[in-house]
Structure formats: C-alpha cells, structure tokens
Design a protein around this ligand. Structure first.
Ligand code: F0G
Length: 448
C-alpha cells in the first residue's frame, strides 16, 4: 500500500469552533493584528507551535494515573530516569519544568561575560539565556542554509570550518560549550547529519570543549538520518538516537516536543561536578531533584512519550505529513524553505510578497491574511521577531503532533493557495506599540 495513514485512531475529541470572516476581522482589530493576542477559542486550526500541543496517547494518560506525587524519591522519577538513561546514556538526568529552565541552569553554571557559545542556530530562548549571563551566542549554520530554495539533505548542519576559526579567534578557554540544535528549528526545522555531529564533537573535544545537544526534536532528526544518510537505513530510530547522544557530553531537552508531553524538560550530563552545581540551582527555583518543577504524572507522560516517539510508523507518518503540506503548497507556487522540515513548514514571505518591504513585515502580513481568510494561526519568524538581525521573512506553520488529520491539512493547503492567488492585494503593517524586548509576543500593528 502506498497510502500512509495516521497511525492512531481517535478516542476523545475537542470540537473546533467556526467563526465568520466578519468576526475574524473584528478579532484582528481587537488584537492589534498580533495573533498571539487572539484567544485560542477564536482559532480554527492552530499552527502557532508544535510545543506542548501534542495529543497524548491512551498509554500516556494511563501512566499519568500511576504518577507518584511524593516530594522526594518519586517512583515516577525513577521510571523516567531509566528511560532517559537507556536512550541517551547520560549519567545525570535532571528534570525541569520546560526546556528553557534547563538552559537557564546550564548557562548559569557554565557561562560568564567574555564567553562565546556556538550553535548551528540558537533558538530564541537559548540565545536569550546565554546573553543573560553576559556571554555571546554565535550561529554557525552551514553556508548553504542561506539559500531557502536549496534542496539539501542536512541543511541543519554546523559549519565545522567556521567553528575551527571561532575557536582559534576566541580561544578554547572562552568557549564553555558547543551546542547543536536537532533539528534546527530557527533554520527551517532542518536535520543535522550523524557525520556532522561526529565532526563537531571531534573538533570540540580536540580543544577540550564539551558538546551539548539541544535535543527537542531528536527523534525527527533520527528519522531524517535513517532516510537520508548512507549506512543508517537498517538502523532503528532508537539506535540512531542513541548514536547521536553518544557523541554528546550533555543535553538540554524540551519534553514539549518529541516526548509528546504538554509540559516538561530535562538537563543531562555525564559530569558529576557539574551535576552537583546544577541540582543546587534546581532546588533554588525548580524543585527537588526527583521532580524539578513537574508533577509525578508529568514525569510519567514523558517516560511513555519518549518510547512512543521512536516508533517507525509514527515517525514515517510524521515526516511524510509535514512534507505533504510543504509539497502541496510549494509545488503550486508558494515559496517555502526547501526541503520541508520535520515539525513545520516555513513560507518564505519575502519571496511570496516582494511588493511588501521588510520594514512592513511581509510574514506578519501573511499571518494576518491567513487568519482572516481561514481562521488559521501561524507565527512570523522574521523582522518582527528578530528586528534587524532577521535573515529571512518567514511564516512558520508548526504542526502539533497527532492532533490534526489529513483533511485539516488539506483545508490549510486550500487556504494558503487561495491567499497566494491574490497575494498582490495583501498590504503591509506598521508597528503601533511595542515592548522593550521580545516584541513579537505583544506588539500591536496597524494596516498600511
Ligand atoms: N530549543 C528549541 C530548539 C526549541 O524549539 C524550544 C522551544 C526550546 C529550546 C525551549 O523549550 O519551550 O520547553 O522552554 N520552542 C517552541 C517553538 C516554543 O515554538 O518552537 P521550552
């Protein structure tokens, strides 16, 4: 059989609420044309993020009933720890309430002013947490990633030669860690090859620098390696993931992505001394080391989710269904970041709407139009989010895991193609008010 189906059936449903175009126009005005400010009840299909928005399985819900809510030494922690150890091999497994809490603890312990942290591309919370310590966050993506239209297998790779140059220029003593984000979220959800992970590790360790994975979407990355990298076709996703982690000295992890959990994160390391410093900080703000800001039931959901996500039927469906959205719009003339990523499709709004200058936020204008036309929420990743640092004007359509069916995605495709038909009528936006930082969450716009 050629048809790839959703490898699950639906036991519990949440109704979607239809709204009229007139209502959506009013909601847009009330929200200052910022989709973060529209209540979720007024959204039909929500592609704002794949984070914390997964549908949990019957096994996850069942496990949650077994959650041990003991303050210290919870059974749920030991179950989660053993799953994470088996997968990653890391000696110390520290739970946190979400990924950015793990980042804050790691960088507080390792970084200070004058330090530099390289990554293929830092996610915005990673960058912000590094900069908060006074250190500098540097992106070293492979140069080919600059061309959104290049169809390469591993566009998430780090530029290893640039890493060498950075270490030579800054001095290894000023680089407390090297990070690799798998998959590369800010770079279009593109995967990193095993060869690149190995090469980055080799370079870092030659200078005595530890390598950390930002491992939110490790399973999607593992599946791309299985599909695209010679030598891995016969490996299971778990074996590939174990191999990826074997190159790392530690990881940060948001369980809100590939662990199918609605909340949760992890900080892992082999280093005993570091783990003591990290758990000391954990106790200060997150909680005791056997729950770290989570309920016992959340730890159970993560433990089950981490095993479910490595199922080949699921990963095949996941990557094919993201590609389905990408191909159906790109092959009908909508420019996307090629090739389709793992968790999201990124429309290159700068290319799609060349009549809107970047000072008038083409990707934000497209987000507004897609909501007005069809009730779909997406997110701008461009000049609103990154200001003058924006490389591209992208609109991200992130796909929550196991939530929407193919007919929902067909609706999204139809809506995007209809909006594309009359793209020349789309007008730009001007900022009316904005906060001093992270302006994309609360800025208000007006139509030009
Ligand atoms: N690293 C990456 C690569 C991420 O994509 C995220 C979150 C984090 C770290 C932080 O994790 O949200 O649990 O604190 N990304 C979400 C997104 C918010 O929409 O891409 P968190």
């Amino acid at each position: 059989m050629k048809t790839i189906i959703e490898p699950f059936r639906i036991k519990s449903v949440e109704p979607l609420r239809q709204t009229t175009r007139e209502e959506r126009e009013r909601f847009l005005q009330q929200a200052g044309y910022n989709l973060f400010l529209i209540p979720a009840r007024d959204i039909l299909i929500d592609l704002l993020t794949d984070s914390g928005t997964s549908a949990m399985s019957t096994e996850q819900w069942a496990a949650m009933m077994r959650g041990d809510e003991s303050y210290a030494g919870s059974e749920s922690f030991f179950r989660m720890e053993s799953v994470v150890r088996d997968l990653t091999g890391f000696k110390h497994v520290i739970p946190t309430h979400q990924g950015r809490a793990a980042e804050r603890i790691l960088f507080t312990v390792l970084c200070r002013k004058g330090h530099v942290v390289p990554n293929n591309t830092h996610f915005d919370t990673t960058r912000a947490n590094i900069e908060f310590t006074g250190a500098r966050a540097v992106d070293l993506p492979t140069p080919e990633a600059a061309n959104t239209q290049a169809r390469l297998d591993f566009k998430g790779n780090m530029d290893v030669a640039a890493l060498e140059r950075l270490i030579a220029a800054e001095g290894a003593a000023n680089i407390p860690l090297v990070m690799l984000t798998v998959t590369d979220n800010s770079g279009g959800g593109q995967p990193v090859s095993m060869q690149n992970i190995a090469a980055v590790k080799q370079t870092a360790s030659r200078h005595g620098i530890p390598l950390y994975l930002d491992a939110c979407r490790f399973a999607e990355n593992a599946w791309f390696i299985k599909l695209r990298e010679p030598g891995f076709a016969e490996w299971t996703p778990k074996q590939i993931a174990q191999k990826m982690f074997s190159f790392a000295d530690g990881c940060t992890f948001s369980a809100k992505k590939d662990a199918f959990a609605n909340i949760g994160g992890l900080l892992c390391t082999h280093d005993d001394r570091l783990a003591i410093q990290e758990t000391n900080l954990l106790i200060l703000t997150e909680g005791f080391p056997t729950y770290g800001g989570l309920a016992g039931r959340d730890l159970e959901a993560i433990a089950v989710g981490l095993e479910e996500v490595l199922d080949s039927d699921y990963l095949r469906y996941r990557i094919v269904s993201t590609g389905y959205l990408g191909r159906h719009i790109a092959d009908h003339g909508v420019p996307i970041v090629e090739p389709p990523g793992g968790h999201a499709i990124y429309i290159d709004a700068g290319r799609m709407l060349p009549h809107i200058p970047k000072q008038q936020f083409p990707a934000q204008a497209l987000a507004v139009e897609l909501y007005r036309h069809a009730g779909i929420r997406s997110v701008e990743i461009g000049s609103v989010m990154f200001g003058a640092n924006a490389q591209h004007e992208l609109l991200r359509l992130a796909i929550p895991r196991r939530v929407y069916t193919q007919s929902h995605i067909d609706y999204v495709v139809e809506a995007i193609l209809e909006v594309n038909e009359r793209r020349r009528q789309i007008r730009g936006l001007a900022i009316e008010s904005e906060p001093p930082f992270l302006r994309h969450f609360s800025a208000r716009f007006r139509q030009i």
